[in-house]
Design a protein around this ligand. Structure first.
Ligand SMILES: [Zn+2]
Length: 131
């Protein structure tokens, strides 16, 4: 499987508060519409980091239009396009949720949600769905 992580240079660009036009052009060229969508969900605060107690488990969620997607940073997303474009056809190396999670983490721009492990088991039933 291809590397889904952003390069160090890309990380540096994205962690700046304001992207330059050059940066935007670069990312649009490389990631296309996915970049624009990812940036939008970050700016709409749709990336959430859950911290569950007492286990200390951390789970990243990106809210889509109709459901929430579970994202394992740089590795996996439960959305359909990840499955189709990354796993099956290999035409891409990430979906916009994975990109959004990375941007959100770099910028510290996500919603932190404190929860507990009992709640986690309930949430996971929904988050694990891959349809
Ligand atoms: Zn996804």
């Amino acid at each position: 499987m291809r590397n889904m992580a952003l390069s160090l240079i890309e990380e540096k660009k994205l962690s700046r508060e304001n992207l330059t036009q050059n940066d935007i052009d670069y990312f649009r060229k490389k990631y296309g519409k996915k970049f624009i969508r990812a940036l939008r969900v970050v700016e709409e605060n749709k990336v959430e980091k859950y911290q569950f107690k007492p286990s200390g488990t951390i789970t990243w969620i990106v809210k889509g239009r109709t459901r929430q997607y579970l994202v394992i940073p740089r590795v996996y997303c439960t959305c359909r396009s990840f499955y189709q474009e990354v796993v099956i056809s290999r035409e891409s190396n990430m979906c916009y949720h994975l990109l959004a999670q990375q941007i959100a983490e770099l910028r510290d721009q996500y919603k932190l949600v404190d929860s507990n492990d009992t709640e986690r088991r309930k949430l996971y039933v929904d988050w694990r769905r891959t349809d």
